[in-house]
Design a binder for this molecule. Structure first.
Ligand SMILES: Cc1ncc(COP(=O)(O)O)c(C=O)c1O
Length: 473
């Protein structure tokens, strides 16, 4: 092939002929038009056709007979046309996976306010991160580019362990920290390692769809648990029978934004001990706390190895990085590492190595501090702007996070679905709280993400929101 275009044309011709033969559209023994005729018919060079036919001949799909031309091989007589009935059937588990959502269905397209949980993608420390990445490419030993450890790149495990001990009160050694592809992979590992299909797990309601999806697709049943202003209502668990684990977001409940009180945390850890439950603590955005220090992680309160702690770089850096971490009790490290190895072997080494350096250099911590003050400012812009919508929607400030909830002063029966659809038509992304809930909600609320949008966008978004709400009165 002389260039990419020729290579593309060759591949197209090859694929079409091959699939024509495999699907039975071209029968065994059928004669193909001459290369000259085919080339003229498709409008491509004869060389591309020749190359494709040569390849198919050498693979046994075609045979050439001296003096009479090229034919579909006789030896393929047993090939029958495929029909959808005969096409590969998914397993029951495959069908369950196919139909389980990992996130809400977004009605608005593009980067529009108020998509929740998005870091500001225009403020990423890409110049610095890029330099580190390129240095790592040169400095790492050749072995680093081979298969690595399922638990992750050792220097990153060390950097994360140090960070979690220092900043989050997590009690762990480096070997309890595994690096995986984002929190989603952590949740999937938990679902498979800690539970059997048919087990029941309690999840906050409303709650994170990625977690619910991971559990459902592993065949678990979900028990929706109520959340109030102190976080998960632990007392309701005394009445629930048959629950094997609980998924919580104590630092900043997703989506409501409340922080679980210390009293509730202690109550939950004690209950887990008494009832022999696993607790999965998802600490996805704890870095964004705007006043005072965050409450230490639940994991640090646990004395019996029942809390699994998960975190991610999706919010403090960017989601496309796909790097997260999970801290597991010592006696579960081997099972988690093995499960990760079976699914993915390990997370990509180069990015892990660069991230470890970024953390060691202090660049990571600087970026988090900058984003924390930026997002704090953006939250107050959103709250100020929302005052103009008084009587329509209530937006209260929150000491943490990347989004607030705006509660309609008059609830709607459909949980805000129609309003959300109308908002999408004018380029506004309004995620109804009800999209995250299993049980009907008393109030109608929408998530108002501010972290990913500059002040002009936030103001524009609030103007659009006013229009949608007023039109609906
Ligand atoms: C509650 C919660 N956990 C975890 C995540 C991040 O997941 P990941 O690390 O897979 O990007 C999110 C992102 O929106 C989230 O809202």
């Amino acid at each position: 092939m002389t260039n990419t275009r020729d290579a593309f044309i060759y591949r197209e011709i090859y694929n079409r002929l091959r699939s024509g033969i495999l699907t039975g559209q071209m029968k065994s023994g059928e004669r193909l038009p001459s290369t000259r005729t085919l080339a003229a018919r498709i409008g491509v060079s004869r060389n591309s056709v020749l190359a494709a036919m040569d390849q198919l001949t050498s693979e046994g799909f075609l045979e050439s007979r001296a003096g009479s031309g090229t034919f579909v091989s006789e030896s393929l007589t047993r090939l029958t046309p495929t029909t959808s009935r005969l096409a590969g059937k998914l397993s029951r588990r495959g069908k369950l996976i196919e139909t389980t959502a990992v996130s809400r269905q977004r009605l608005a397209t593009g980067f529009v306010p108020f998509t929740p949980g998005l870091p500001d993608l225009n403020r990423l420390p890409m110049a610095q991160f890029g330099r580190i990445l390129s240095r790592q490419t040169r400095l790492l030993s050749p072995e680093a580019f081979s298969y690595g450890q399922a638990g992750g790149w050792q220097p990153l495990r060390e950097a994360v362990a140090l960070y979690l001990r220092m900043a989050r009160g997590v009690v762990c050694d480096t070997d309890q920290v595994l690096i995986v592809s984002g929190s989603q992979a952590c949740l999937d590992l938990c679902a498979r390692v800690l539970f059997d299909p048919g087990d029941t797990i309690g999840t906050e309601d409303p709650g994170y769809l990625g977690a619910r999806g991971a559990f459902l697709s592993a065949g678990l049943r979900i028990a929706p648990l109520q959340v109030d202003e102190d976080g998960l209502v632990v007392s309701q668990l005394r009445r629930q029978r048959g629950i094997r684990g609980i998924y919580v977001t104590p630092s900043h409940q997703f989506p409501l934004g409340v922080t679980m009180s210390l009293a509730r945390r202690l109550e939950l850890v004690q209950l887990a001990e008494r009832q022999n439950l696993w607790i999965i603590e998802d600490d996805y955005d704890s870095e964004y706390r705007f006043h005072g220090k965050p409450l230490s992680a639940l994991q640090g309160l646990d004395r019996t190895g029942r809390v699994i702690y998960t975190g991610t770089f999706s919010k403090v850096l960017f989601p496309g990085l796909r790097i997260g971490y999970i801290v597991v009790p010592r006696n579960a490290v081997a099972a988690f590492a093995q499960c990760h190895a079976l699914a993915a072997r390990h997370a990509p080494i180069l990015e892990q190595a660069a991230l470890a350096e970024f953390m060691k250099s202090g660049g990571f911590y600087r970026h988090v501090r900058q984003m924390r003050s930026l997002y704090k400012e953006r939250q107050s812009i959103l709250v100020d702007e929302s005052r103009k919508l008084k009587g329509l929607i209530d937006v209260s400030p929150c000491e943490a996070g990347m989004q607030l909830v705006g509660w309609l002063t008059k609830s709607t029966r459909d949980g805000g679905k129609l309003l959300s659809a109308k908002a999408a038509q004018i380029g506004l992304d309004l995620a109804p709280v009800s999209d995250y809930a299993l049980k009907p909600q008393d109030r109608t609320g929408f998530l108002l993400g501010y972290s990913g949008f500059g002040s002009a966008e936030i103001k524009r978004g609030m103007g659009l929101l006013e229009r949608v709400l007023k039109d609906n009165r």
